[in-house]
Design a protein around this ligand. Structure first.
Ligand code: PEP
Length: 244
């Protein structure tokens, strides 16, 4: 049975106290099992605090990592540092970072290398803009975003892909179910064809809530979800987890 994964991306929300309250509220109601897992990505400042004070162990990750190993890179947090505070995962390539921080494929490749060297599992985000979607260019964009990022000897067991159409993030809009199937199938086939890896987990992200999650997760090619806004409300996140 393939494991189903739900990821909470808190972005730049929640202070130490509120983050811990939210993590505890979620953790009280749902539990990681062999077949169903949830991962929380708080802002990096609160990871240690949550880890130290949470009532029950939790899977936790960072929202980004530095492309550099160590040294004079003011403001950066290295993959090794992220690992040392108890993170098992890091998100790389979120569209907000691609857009607001001008992150290119070249930079993302470096981040992937550093995270891999540090032993972090990677959640790698891809997704097209509304312009590309309207021009029917979604698959072309996904191919470009995935090409040249992973070496042939990469450990693909440590990789999760999150398909997040940029136009669906925080907008209350989601693609048609047939479009979600098409993109997820395409991503899975990309890894099968290029790396002979047929088991890549692909999560859907973009305005997932407790009303639409059941239908999205019912697709066999969808291995779970990456949730932003709705993950900030414990009740809502738990409801979504129940539909996995
Ligand atoms: C995200 O930013 O990763 C995301 C999926 O956000 P939202 O659920 O708010 O659309």
């Amino acid at each position: 049975m393939k494991v189903k994964i739900l990821i909470a991306n808190w972005k730049m929300n929640k202070n130490l106290k509120d983050g811990l309250v939210l993590a505890n509220a979620i953790n009280k109601k749902i539990t990681n099992t062999k077949s169903k897992k949830f991962i929380i990505l708080p802002s990096i400042h609160s990871v240690n605090y949550i880890k130290q004070n949470i009532k029950k162990s939790i899977l936790i990750g960072a929202q980004d990592c530095s492309p550099f190993l160590k040294g004079a890179y003011t403001g950066d947090v290295s993959a090794k540092m992220i690992k040392s505070i108890g993170c098992k995962f890091t998100l790389i390539g979120h569209s907000e970072r691609r857009i607001y921080n001008n992150e290119t494929n070249k930079l993302l490749l470096e981040k992937v290398c550093r995270a891999n060297e540090a032993g972090l599992k990677i959640i790698f985000c891809v997704g097209e803009t509304i312009e590309d979607f309207k021009k029917n260019n979604s698959l072309k964009v996904l191919k470009k975003q995935l090409t040249g990022i992973f070496g042939t000897n990469y450990n693909f067991n440590n990789l999760i892909i999150a398909y997040e159409p940029v136009w669906a993030i925080g907008t209350n809009k989601t693609p048609q179910i047939a479009d979600i199937k098409k993109t997820h199938d395409f991503i899975k086939l990309f890894f099968k064809k290029n790396y002979k890896f047929s088991d890549i987990p692909v999560l859907y992200g973009g305005s997932v809530n407790s009303q639409n999650s059941k239908e999205i997760f019912s697709l066999e090619c969808v291995n779970g979800g990456l949730v932003g806004g709705a993950s900030l409300i414990a009740r809502e996140f738990i409801k979504i987890y129940d539909t996995l």
